[in-house]
Design a protein around this ligand. Sequence first.
Ligand code: SAM
Length: 246
Amino acid sequence: MSYDKSAVAQAFDSAASTYACHSQLQTRVARHLLLGANLTGRVLDLGCGPGTQIDSALKTQGQWIGLDLSHAMLQQARPNKAYVVQGDAESLPLQSQSLDALVSSMALQWCDVERSCSELGRVVSSGGRLYLAVVVQGSLSELQSSDCQSGFSVNRFAPAKAWLSQLTQAGFEVNLESRAETAHFDSVKTLLNSLRGVGANHSQQRSPGLRGKTWWREVQAHLEAQRCEHGLPLTYQIAYFRGLKL
Ligand SMILES: C[S@@+](CC[C@H](N)C(=O)[O-])C[C@H]1O[C@@H](n2cnc3c(N)ncnc32)[C@H](O)[C@@H]1O
């Protein structure tokens, strides 16, 4: 699948200044991904965003490089990383076998699976570690319904097994852990703002131009019907891959 990289970068450029206020779920995912991780040497945080998710205890263990498509995200990340580089995960501006570890949390779902896994396999050296959390098929199902799905343009995320197969082909031996991560919101507005706030509103599908009051009422009714004791749920299906390069 091919993505419009300048549109993805633009969505994240505009989210950069508000990202930290809306990224509680992303923080949870990154912490889970790196629980007990032992990261030394040259470590790449791929799709690092503002670079705030990596625990400071972990950061002291290695020489951290942050790489992201979005220039505005990298400006936020600069104080949090030893080096920052602008680039695309599908064509990494790094030498082959140059990394001891690669970490990437909730960033690669906007990439072609085969091209990005092949790049991961090229830049990580033999024996190097991989920690990857990626949003997969079945995510944001609350936004879709037969009644009002035309109003939302939700990404078609690749299935976990496609990532597993391409990582294996790229020379990694990995374990897959699948987990659902749900965030809860007070109102429909805060739920939709959170999508915008983390740049997740970009989609490879075209969104319909005009959304009238009827559409808005339908969307509200649809989301409100799913309200639980914690609020309005929004669920991401996350595939966690941990392993090493053979
Ligand atoms: C949801 S944020 C996650 C940021 C950070 N890893 C975290 O856990 O908070 C996704 C990030 O991936 C970056 N990104 C998206 N596609 C990318 C690509 N092809 N190459 C590099 N970075 C990319 C975006 O610019 C954005 O900063």
